[in-house]
Design a protein around this ligand. Structure first.
Ligand SMILES: C[S@@+](CC[C@H](N)C(=O)[O-])C[C@H]1O[C@@H](n2cnc3c(N)ncnc32)[C@H](O)[C@@H]1O
Length: 394
């Protein structure tokens, strides 16, 4: 099963993370491509997290909540880094959690699903969330490794964020989320992080000065005993920060397990940037702030997940919405050996692989595991990617 599909499926006992196919819809790929047909999935935050977040807005007049979000958006648009927390008080963090946490949770959860699919039986016993704020990654890690026990520690300089994160976590179903530790700590050049199996840094690097960013990633690379997962907004700037962090992790001896199928230079050039999307249901607060009637929005994110332990990345990764045509599926892939390539999977030639291609999503590993399409497949072995032809992307 492809990793994104793995997150989508509920294994026995896995009931908290749901990514539900919502059918074929017309989507516009950011920047480049015309309208195309694609299968898009929704990634729901766990029920207990959603209930806790809904409770945040209870009793708060809707206009007041919307104003708090507007203030926050303005603060994030302002010059960063700041020398004091943007999340200063209870209303800032309530607005952040209600408005942003489902989306940052979904991005981290998606990245972890892709990482987990390559990491085999590896599980973290200790997890450190750097700049963890209200704890989106704590919930995502607990959801990814539900069967295993681990402890999470959140570091952040915003006491208000830590207080709310602790409060939200207190009502969680997961013992790991309930037991998370919340510690006040500034991040910067002199930062010293406790050693942990897994270090996550989500939506934080953009808030740090470039030199601090480098120091924090270097320190995360030192402190992680197993893996580092970094998630940033899926913008050109976010991608640039991810690529710089990826270079640091490679220099420190890590292997990139996702999204890249290789440890080489990223083949994406020019005005393009590597990013993915997690579809998140919009809350009434979202609809109020953003207007429009869509019941969802797509959270764009860039990420890198790298490990110290031996593991093999996928042979390829779908880097755009698949294009589904009559009897064929066009997959734009980043590949281990051929850089960016277009793979054409046809009903006539590829049988089960064609059926798998029709289910493939932007961000999935490709080809899927052998048990999904009955043919040769992942993990690890570059096999039938489809007809690569001469269709390398510009
Ligand atoms: C956009 S929020 C992301 C929060 C969380 N990681 C998530 O994904 O939802 C950025 C977080 O980084 C924290 N942060 C930013 N600069 C920091 C610094 N210099 N020291 C400690 N925390 C910092 C902020 O307080 C905030 O909680």
């Amino acid at each position: 099963m492809a990793p994104a599909a793995a997150a989508r499926e509920s294994r026995p006992g896995r009931v908290r993370c749901r990514v539900a196919p919502v059918g074929r819809v017309r989507v516009r790929d950011p920047g480049r491509r015309p309208l195309q047909l694609s299968l898009v999935s929704t990634l729901q935050a766990p029920d207990d997290l959603r209930a806790a977040l809904n409770g945040l807005l209870d009793g708060l007049p809707p206009t007041q909540a919307a104003q708090a979000v507007d203030r926050l958006i303005a603060a994030y648009r302002g010059a960063t880094p700041t020398d004091a927390p943007i999340l200063r008080d209870a209303s800032d963090v309530a607005a952040y959690a209600a408005y942003r946490m489902p989306a940052t949770y979904a991005a981290v959860r998606s990245a972890l699903a892709e990482f987990q699919a390559r990491a085999g039986s590896w599980t973290p016993v200790t997890h450190l969330d750097v700049g963890g704020g209200t704890g989106a990654a704590v919930w995502a890690v607990a959801d990814t490794w539900q069967q295993d026990t681990h402890t999470s520690t959140v570091l952040d300089w915003s006491e208000a964020a830590l207080t709310l994160g602790r409060e939200l976590a207190g009502g969680a179903d997961s013992p790991a989320v309930r037991a998370a530790e919340w510690r006040g700590a500034p991040l910067g050049g002199a930062v010293s992080l406790p050693e942990s199996d897994l270090v996550t840094i989500s939506y934080v690097l953009g808030e740090l000065a470039p030199a601090d960013r480098t120091s924090v990633v270097a320190e995360a690379a030192r402190a992680a005993r197993g893996a580092v997962v970094i998630v940033e907004p899926g913008t050109p700037d976010g991608y640039a920060r991810v690529i710089a962090a990826r270079d640091q992790l490679l220099a420190a001896g890590y292997t990139v397990l996702a999204p890249c199928p290789h440890n080489g230079t990223c083949p994406i050039e020019g005005n393009d940037w590597c990013h993915f999307a997690a579809r998140v249901n919009r809350s009434s607060l979202h609809r109020q702030v953003k207007g429009g009637s869509l019941p969802y929005e797509d959270e764009k994110f860039s990420y890198v997940a790298a490990a110290r332990f031996p593991a093999t990345p996928a042979a390829g990764r779908v880097v755009r919405h698949p294009q589904i045509r009559k009897g064929q599926v066009l997959l734009d892939l980043c590949t281990r050996d051929d850089g960016l390539s277009r793979s054409i999977i046809t009903k006539k030639r590829h049988g089960d692989l064609y059926r798998a291609a029709r289910d493939a999503d932007w961000g999935d590993a490709w080809p899927p595991a052998a048990d999904e399409h009955g043919g040769p497949g992942d993990p690890g072995v570059p096999s039938d990617l489809g007809d690569l032809g001469n269709q390398s992307q510009p």
